[in-house]
Design a protein around this ligand. Structure first.
Ligand SMILES: [Zn+2]
Length: 72
C-alpha cells in the first residue's frame, strides 16, 4: 500500500533510533556526572577540584586520591 519508499523510510528511522538514542543517553549521563562533581565542590567548602585530574579532593588531604598530586 505504501510502496518501497515507506519501508525504506521505516528502516532508516529504526536504524537512526538505535544509534541516536543510546548516544543521547551516554551524553546525558556524562553531563550529569560532571555537574554532580561541580555541585559537590560548591556545596562542600572543604572540597576543592584537583587542577591535574579535575577530581574532587578534600582540602585536608595531603595527596589527591585520584592522581596522587601533592596538596591539590
Ligand atoms: Zn588529581
Amino acid at each position: 500500500m505504501f510502496g518501497i519508499g515507506f519501508q525504506e523510510l521505516l528502516i532508516a528511522f529504526v536504524i537512526f533510533g538505535m544509534i541516536a538514542v543510546p548516544a543521547a543517553v551516554v551524553v546525558a549521563v556524562l553531563i550529569r556526572t560532571q555537574r554532580s562533581q561541580q555541585d559537590a565542590v560548591l556545596r562542600n567548602p572543604n572540597l576543592v577540584t584537583c587542577p591535574d585530574c579535575g577530581g574532587t579532593v578534600s582540602k585536608s588531604a595531603l595527596n589527591c586520591p585520584h592522581c596522587g598530586r601533592p596538596r591539590p
